[in-house]
Write a protein that binds this ligand. Structure first.
Ligand code: AMP
Ligand code: MG
Length: 279
């Protein structure tokens, strides 16, 4: 059973076909218990990923303002060992970043072997905000879908497990969350007039997200549409998808660790034998 909708690009999607309120009939308590168990499993898998150092994991989080990118990072990937896990946030590009191709700043942040990286926004902004606000000519951003697909394929071919999540909230839910930020002193730091302005472009973003998801979903680097109106369901859905993606590698990682252990043991035994004979 999967709690996200995995898009592999075979069929074009429309976001309105996905219900942001979806919760698989679970209660919050049930979902939280499942999420906790999945996070524990994720920590064990991360340990193996790190020790075996054969693969990397790249998690791309995208979504409109207030969709829960920060919350997902805090709850789902927060418990991971920071020795081998980091977050890269992509903001408005600096002058230096703009002086390079759009993937330049992104490629520098991709995870090395054994590492996990979470992208809080990503190279997809270059076909989202850039398109919606005409920050580059259409010809330029349109060509980027192919560049993105080639880039992600390069990562996959280099043993990176690529998981892309679109946190799907409704327009009503966004309004409620923006208003909540105004009421809650602990959330007020996140207030941004820009968020209310961006909201005016809701339909343009919908079209931009649909194209990004349709153009850049592949078997190896699929998009996952996450029903995200309920934060606890969003957390569960993302946690489950990550664990499901890593589990198939568990056997191979354990085998590699066994082999590494056996090799070192043989070296230790050889060392002891040599020591004995020279006594
Ligand atoms: P936040 O995620 O709230 O910290 O905001 C980051 C802002 O940076 C968002 O408004 C993004 O749209 C913007 N941003 C990220 N990447 C790009 C990009 N490549 N071009 C223009 N704006 C960007
Ligand atoms: Mg923001």
């Amino acid at each position: 059973m999967s709690y996200t909708f995995r898009i592999t690009g075979k069929k074009k999607i429309k976001l309105k076909s996905f219900d942001p309120e979806y919760d698989a009939g679970l209660t919050r308590e049930e979902a939280d218990a499942k999420t906790a168990a999945l996070c524990k499993e994720m920590m064990e898998l991360q340990e193996l990923l790190y020790a075996a150092s054969d693969h990397s994991v790249l998690i791309v989080l995208q979504g409109r303002d207030t969709s829960g990118k920060d919350g997902t990072i805090r709850v789902v990937t927060g418990p991971l060992n920071s020795l081998a896990c980091n977050v890269a946030s992509f903001k408005v590009p600096t002058a230096n970043e703009l002086a390079h191709d759009f993937l330049w700043r992104v490629h520098q942040q991709t995870p090395g072997r054994g590492q996990m990286t979470i992208f809080n926004r990503s190279h997809y902004e270059d076909v989202l905000v850039v398109r919606v606000h005409n920050l580059a000519p259409k010809k330029v951003w349109k060509a980027r879908y192919d560049h993105i697909n080639n880039f992600e394929q390069l990562l996959v071919d280099s043993n990176t497990i690529v998981l892309k999540f679109y946190l799907h909230i409704s327009k009503e839910e966004q309004e409620a969350r923006l208003l909540e930020r105004e009421q809650d002193a602990t959330k007020a730091w996140k207030l941004s007039a820009g968020d209310w302005k961006e909201r005016e472009y809701w339909d343009d973003y919908t079209a931009a997200y649909e194209d990004a998801i349709n153009e850049c979903s592949t078997k190896d680097a699929p998009w996952h549409i996450v029903p995200a109106n309920k934060k606890w369901f969003r957390n569960l859905a993302v946690a489950e998808t990550i664990v499901d993606a890593l589990k198939p590698y568990k056997k191979a990682w354990l085998k590699k660790l066994d082999a590494m252990g056996a090799e070192e043991k043989a070296l230790i035994e050889e060392f002891r034998r040599e020591k004995q004979t020279t006594k």
